[in-house]
Design a protein around this ligand. Structure first.
Ligand SMILES: N[C@@H](CCC(=O)N[C@@H](CS)C(=O)NCC(=O)O)C(=O)O
Length: 185
């Protein structure tokens, strides 16, 4: 089966939308979940996050997200601490095993974007993912894994999230699934 690489950050609302819609690839592609630090991608590419540099984009983005939430029937609450520093969270996702990563990602998205909770709060994070994974975020191998995923996606041409790769073909956004589906035919 073809592999569909999914590069994402919990801070990215469009990656949340994308994560909820990945079920459509079941039986068609194996999704490989690859956590990155979106801030690192922006820094490396000189993309400072268009929603923040162009003031008119922020209210539109929140409206767009509310519409997507209604359309896909998924919960959405803009978190009070958006944009959060997700480095520890992304390290947690790197520390998790390949098998547990998808479910943990959904859990963190549901808490941050579904309920608007402050998932950077150490107590809440530990409650959601367990003390063992939080402790692992201090290990060099885990820090390096997040760095490696982030550097990899930048080297392959990414400038934001969600970013998907089907082989060498890059797709940007939660709104490009129809093109990925075409490419899988
Ligand atoms: N049209 C895309 C927008 C995705 C998007 O705006 N992603 C943000 C992070 S949540 C980003 O990385 N933006 C960088 C850019 O637009 O250059 C979608 O619907 O998913």
């Amino acid at each position: 089966m073809k592999k569909l690489e999914f590069f994402y950050d919990i801070v990215s609302p469009y990656s949340y939308i994308a994560a909820t819609q990945l079920g459509q690839f079941e039986g068609k592609a194996e999704v490989i979940w690859k956590p990155v630090l979106l801030g690192g991608v922006f820094k490396a590419t000189g993309n400072s996050g268009p929603a923040f540099t162009v003031p008119a984009k922020m209210p539109y983005m929140f409206k767009d997200l509310q519409r997507l939430s209604a359309y896909y029937q998924i919960p959405l609450k803009i978190p009070a601490n958006f944009p959060a520093n997700t480095v520890t969270i992304q390290r947690v996702l790197c520390a998790a095993s390949d098998v547990e990563r998808p479910a943990l990602t959904h859990k963190l998205y549901e808490a941050y974007w579904g309920q608007g909770l402050d998932v950077t709060n150490a107590e809440l994070l530990t409650q959601l993912v367990g003390a063992e994974l939080v402790a692992k975020t201090q290990e060099d191998s885990v820090k390096n894994a997040l760095k490696a995923n982030t550097e990899e996606v930048v080297a392959r041409g990414a400038f934001g999230a969600p970013t998907f790769f089907l082989g060498d073909d890059m797709f940007f956004g939660s709104d490009r699934f129809f093109l990925i589906q075409e490419a899988l035919k």
